[in-house]
Design a protein around this ligand. Structure first.
Ligand SMILES: [Zn+2]
Length: 74
């Protein structure tokens, strides 16, 4: 259960502590089913450089992360 007053920073900290994401936001484990099987999809390129991709859980097929322009988005 999520704490109703949990701040975004607390949420990130909790996800890092529980091993779901790295400190830079990279997804390590699916927060829906705990699988660590990930795959990148929907890669976008600009002048042959990758600028964006989404990370999906292979087990439950949910999006667990988005990388864009060098940073992990949550
Ligand atoms: Zn999953």
């Amino acid at each position: 259960m999520d704490e109703p007053n949990e701040s975004f920073e607390d949420y990130i900290l909790r996800m890092v502590e529980q091993g779901y994401i790295a400190t830079d936001g990279q997804p390590l484990k699916c927060s829906f089913c705990d699988s660590s099987e990930m795959e990148n999809r929907n890669e976008y390129y600009e002048e042959s450089c990758i600028i964006e991709f989404q990370v999906f859980c292979k087990s439950c097929d949910k999006q667990v992360g988005l990388w864009a322009y060098g940073n992990w988005e949550l």
